[in-house]
Design a protein around this ligand. Structure first.
Ligand code: BG6
Length: 481
């Protein structure tokens, strides 16, 4: 094991990450249109409801609760939140722009100036505090109209709408924002295409043809965004963003090894291969054949992908996975949109996600060996139930332990030779969870006094991890005690 305390390079981007739909609230203010996130009910049954054949992309306020509608009211309190990030010493802050604030329906010609002004104020606030903004162009919040009228990303017309949106925000903000990402967790669609592709069972979620075709459209759209960004300023850095889950075979049985290889190829590498290397991987044709997919690729698409790959690999890492094709008993576990079987060597979070810092070191090595492009961990963290004391203080040693293990893994991977440029733990301030739409699942360094029903003052309180992370940043990762 390496233990090089000086491993983090100067200028390393320590920060935190959020997404508009999970913290802003104000879902119908400032001219914003509805997004897919606005029709997703809160609670542990969220994915079950979205996967049901009767899911209709409508709000049913009589039946369900919608915590994303109020979020943590960051829309009105962003100055206070960014000041707290600055107090922690953030060098960067990853946020997303809600597409439906800029183009309420998604297919308009003219943007909504109120939406642009809102993000201008947010970005200026970051810059005022010396925090480098890192912007995700689309994070699980495409305009709902693009789903109900156009059928989601399986429709090629979405490329034009996304291009227009990306061009609008890149043109407006390129002097304020250097680091961009085109789609959050683009490979999430292999397990749950409702979030990033706008596909539910009623409009194609269960048909690989639609999911793969939608991905092709997203790849083309992503390359168009890269092209626009580099035309505006060749110094802009545009990344892809994937979920990476280090995946182990359960044992040395070649059947499990092969299944693991296949899982890695499709889940961990397929999307980033196209976005970072500019071409479909060698295994793609076989994968399409196995799934019965006949991809419609238009003239010029492949050239565009090749000419405009991303500059860096952004990824989320929460857990690892284990594949056991030969299991006789069901030992399955849940995870960040993908499952697998239980790993007897690891502990799991209260939501069953298996905690594996060494898996992060492996991930960093695998990704860097594969792409030789800078890596940026843009999500990582522990979702947990926090208990406040009488002063709203949370002693979240479990979160500190989780993060410490992962920062050590980063340090070791840097010593291994990996080019890692930054780290933005997820939900740096408590927000609504994506998979279960809950406030109860908290990731933050900052506690927000709100429950699943939206009850509470909404006030913000620093947790113990706030001060721990402040010291980590101050010492550039040398002091993790
Ligand atoms: C990632 C997403 O999958 O994980 C975030 O990009 C999400 O939007 C995060 O919130 C954690 O997942 P969850 O379901 O615990 O909120």
């Amino acid at each position: 094991m390496t233990n090089n305390k000086q491993a983090f390079p100067e200028g390393f981007l320590w920060g935190g990450a959020t997404a508009a739909n999970q913290l802003e609230g104000a879902y119908s203010e400032g001219g914003k249109g509805l997004s897919v996130a606005d029709v997703m009910p809160g609670g542990k049954k969220r994915f079950e409801i979205l996967s049901s054949p009767s899911f209709d992309w409508q709000i049913h306020a009589d039946k369900y609760n919608y915590p994303n509608h109020h979020g943590i009211d960051h829309y009105h309190r962003f100055k206070e939140d960014i000041a707290l990030f600055a107090k922690m010493g953030f060098k960067c802050y990853r946020l997303s722009i809600a597409w439906a604030r800029i183009f309420p329906k998604g297919d308009e010609k003219e943007p909504n100036e109120a939406g642009l002004s809102f993000y201008e104020a947010v970005l200026d606030e970051c810059i005022k505090h010396g925090i480098e903004p890192v912007v995700t162009i689309s994070h699980y919040e495409m305009p709902l109209h693009l789903v109900t009228e156009y059928g989601g990303w399986k429709n090629r017309q979405l490329i034009d709408f996304y291009e227009h949106y990306a061009k609008t925000i890149l043109t407006r903000f390129h002097k304020k924002v250097k680091y961009w990402m085109t789609f959050n967790e683009i490979n999430s669609s292999f397990h749950f295409p409702a979030l990033s592709q706008g596909l539910a069972p009623t409009n194609g979620a269960n048909e690989p043809q639609h999911v793969f075709q939608a991905l092709h459209h997203q790849f083309v759209a992503s390359s168009k965004a890269v092209k626009i960004a580099h035309t505006l300023d060749p110094e802009l850095q545009v990344g892809c963003m994937i979920i990476y889950a280090t995946t182990y075979a359960y044992d040395a049985n070649p059947i499990n090894q092969l299944a693991t290889l296949k899982q890695n190829q499709q889940f961990n590498f397929y999307c980033a291969d196209v976005q970072a290397q500019g071409e479909y991987p060698s295994f793609a044709k076989q994968l399409w054949a196995e799934k019965g997919v006949k991809l419609a690729i238009e003239p010029g698409d492949l050239e565009l992908l090749k000419e405009h790959p991303v500059d860096y690999i952004g990824f989320s890492y929460y857990m690892s996975a284990v594949i056991n094709e030969t299991a006789t008993e069901d030992d399955s576990v849940t995870g960040n949109l993908l499952g697998g079987v239980r790993n007897p060597f690891l502990k799991a979070s209260e939501w069953g996600w298996q905690i594996d810092p060494v898996g992060l070191r492996i991930a960093l090595n695998e990704l860097y060996d594969h792409y030789k492009k800078p890596l940026f961990i843009v999500e990582n963290g522990l979702g947990a139930i926090d208990q406040v004391d009488g002063n709203f203080y949370v002693e979240d040693d479990y979160r500190i332990d989780y993060l410490r293990g992962h920062v050590e893994a980063m340090r070791n991977a840097i010593s291994d030779g990996v080019d890692l440029i930054g780290y933005t733990p997820w939900g740096c301030i408590d927000l609504v969870s994506a998979s279960t739409g809950e406030m109860a699942k908290r990731y933050g360094f900052i506690y927000v006094d709100l429950d699943d029903d939206g009850q509470g003052s909404g006030n913000r309180y620093a947790k113990k991890s706030f001060y721990w992370y402040q010291k980590v940043i101050q010492t550039n990762g040398a002091d993790l005690t």
